[in-house]
Design a protein. Structure first.
Length: 257
């Protein structure tokens, strides 16, 4: 584990694997950097891969109130500086939305690969998901925060959430609950569609699993349309869970240009 510092002084923990052109892996909600290591290992024979804990997760510093997407954008920019000032980025789920926000904010991203980013281009939801989550986590109601995110934002069926609450990993999700506010902000960012309309992106690959839910696949298709020149690829038999043996070679070929 290595450490760097973001613009506001928050420490960021990261692992570095391999040797070659730099690639930064940005993970989604409730993920710590260990979740990105299998994909990083699949890329490390051709690239120097950086996998970091987003703020409030793993070895990185705590979240800051008020929660701001701009702080997480600064974190990704700090990682790009670690990588030499410019880098390719692989963004998983809401981490893909964060990568897009960083690109819009001037981050020097040379190539962009996204895996099932939950892009919302529909009418705004009447619910203030980030506000409600902020209230729950600041009051220490972490179990309720995780449950709320899974039910109201992800849309998991109630019986699956109840099963998860009895699983060994649930306590770890509770520990990561404060960081989920950032993901709620990303998913409900209604400025993103208009911002993407004026974006001139680097080469962009958008991946989805052909076995993923139709709603999520629809989001991937909408993003592929919104990002100028994006190449959308459906992976047969895959779901929202990344299989590095399937995804790794495709991402490696794309990043190699």
């Amino acid at each position: 584990m290595m450490i760097t510092t973001s613009r506001d002084g928050t420490t960021l923990a990261y692992d570095q694997l391999g040797e070659g052109p730099p690639v930064i892996v940005v993970l989604g909600v409730f993920n710590e950097r260990e979740a990105g290591l299998p994909l990083a290992e699949a890329l490390a024979d051709h690239f120097t891969v950086y996998v970091y804990d987003r703020r409030g997760r793993g070895g990185s510093g705590e979240v800051a109130v008020p929660f701001r997407i701009a702080d997480e954008v600064d974190d990704l920019k700090a990682m790009i500086e670690v990588a030499g000032g410019e880098a390719a980025v692989f963004g998983y789920s809401s981490g893909g939305l964060l990568a897009l926000k960083a690109l819009l904010a001037g981050a020097r991203i040379t190539r962009l690969a996204l895996y099932e980013p939950p892009y919302q281009n529909e009418n705004p939801s009447p619910a203030d998901h980030p506000g409600h989550l902020t209230e729950l986590v600041t009051q220490g109601r972490r179990e309720e925060a995780v449950e709320y995110f899974q039910l109201k934002i992800i849309g998991m069926p109630p019986h699956m959430v109840e099963q998860a609450k009895n699983a060994p990993f649930w306590r770890r999700l509770e520990a990561l609950a404060p960081s989920s506010v950032y993901d709620a902000l990303l998913v409900t960012d209604r400025e993103l569609p208009d911002q993407l309309a004026g974006l001139r992106p680097p080469p962009t690959l958008v991946l989805d699993g052909a076995a993923s839910p139709d709603r999520l696949r629809g989001m991937v298709g909408a993003l592929g349309t919104a990002v100028d020149g994006a190449h959308v690829v459906a992976l047969d038999g895959q779901t929202h869970t990344i299989d590095p043996e399937v995804t790794g070679p495709i991402v490696r070929a794309f990043l190699a240009g």
